[in-house]
Design a protein. Structure first.
Length: 347
């Protein structure tokens, strides 16, 4: 039996092992056909999905070559007609179908095992704009039942008072529903019950920031009230933040999300920066930016000179903040700075 794995990774497996290894576009084509099986897909749609930048004749030839590779694997399971193509339903197993069936029958644990991550993760660039649009729709449609799975498993863990499982399932729920207030309410509650108020605070601040940046809305009053559940467990702000040993950004629990964002941007810039540049790179609103700078100044991390330029109070403070920025975050910040001021040498 041939099986196509599409959730979180991409792999075609046969009885003797993996098939078409490294043939990402061919496997993406198979995923498109298998997703619609047993119905057919028009050839014109397939060429538009995967070869939109080629002439009509070249695109059709590319499709014929791709189908020849699939036929070598699927045999009679691949049906080609003059205007359309289809895959026989039982010719190729598809993990998405198994996942949807498990959800339909409320077999939550089975569905959770099948969910390895987003549909066709990392394959956004194997086709053109029409492919990207189709892939986005499919992912959004699949995230809804995935959220249902993890919400249900979280509820089971809560009833059993299994705090570790509740934390794990709530984290997965948040992963597939990054703008769902219910998911983050569950996550924060699980963290508080597990005795991790600082992590709950970081989770809260991150969600509020995401709502603001992506939807331009504030959380509900009931979500804001969650601050009371973890505020008592957070360390009281000190006169100055002192960082010893190896730390993480979440460990700087005295700082808000916006303050950390400004500190990261300032660390990457390195030299005293004017407010406009620092605000643009840190990606916070004007009001949040001013409050963030004031917060950093209160903690003795940054200072303003007479010209309004912002700098770290010491090289040590800058190095400590710089040292806990992830590689991806650092690279993104460097690119933002480079786009506005010129190339920033990697440190």
């Amino acid at each position: 039996m041939i099986n196509l794995v599409t959730l979180g990774s991409l792999q075609l497996n046969g009885d003797a092992g993996p098939l078409l290894t490294g043939r990402r576009k061919i496997l993406a084509l198979l995923a498109r056909l298998a997703r619609q099986s047993p119905a057919a897909v028009d050839r014109a749609e397939l060429t538009g999905l995967f070869w939109p930048d080629r002439s009509d004749n070249h695109a059709k030839q590319s499709l014929r070559q791709a189908l020849a590779e699939l036929r070598a694997v699927l045999g009679d399971g691949l049906i080609t007609e003059p205007d359309c193509v289809r895959v026989v339903l039982d010719a190729c197993g598809l993990d998405v179908r198994l996942f949807e069936e498990a959800v339909h029958h409320e077999r939550w644990e089975e569905a959770a095992v099948l969910w390895g991550g987003d549909f066709l993760h990392g394959l956004e660039v194997v086709g053109g704009p029409a492919w990207s649009a189709w892939l986005t729709r499919e992912r959004q449609a699949l995230r809804l039942p995935a959220a249902q799975v993890f919400r249900s498993l979280h509820a089971v863990a809560e009833r059993r008072d299994d705090r570790k499982a509740a934390m794990d399932w709530s984290a997965k729920w948040c992963d597939v529903a990054p703008l769902d207030e219910a998911a983050f309410t569950a996550r924060i509650g699980s963290l508080v019950k597990a005795g991790r108020p600082v992590d709950a605070a970081v989770c809260y601040e991150g969600f509020v920031r995401r709502l603001h940046n992506e939807l331009h809305v504030a959380p509900s009053s009931s979500f804001e009230a969650l601050q009371q559940t973890f505020a008592a467990g957070r360390p009281a702000p000190a006169g100055k933040v002192v960082i010893r040993g190896t730390v993480t950004l979440s460990g700087l629990s005295q700082l808000s999300v916006d303050a950390r964002s400004v500190a990261e941007a300032a660390a990457v810039i390195g030299e005293p920066a004017d407010a406009a540049l620092l605000q643009a790179v840190s990606s916070v609103t004007s009001h949040s930016f001013q409050a963030a700078v004031e917060e950093l100044a209160r903690h003795g991390i940054v200072t303003r000179d007479d010209g309004g330029r912002i700098a770290f109070t010491s090289a040590a403070n800058r190095d400590r903040v710089f040292g806990v920025i992830s590689g991806d975050r650092r690279l993104n910040l460097q690119r933002l700075v480079a786009a506005r001021t010129g190339v920033v040498e990697p440190r």
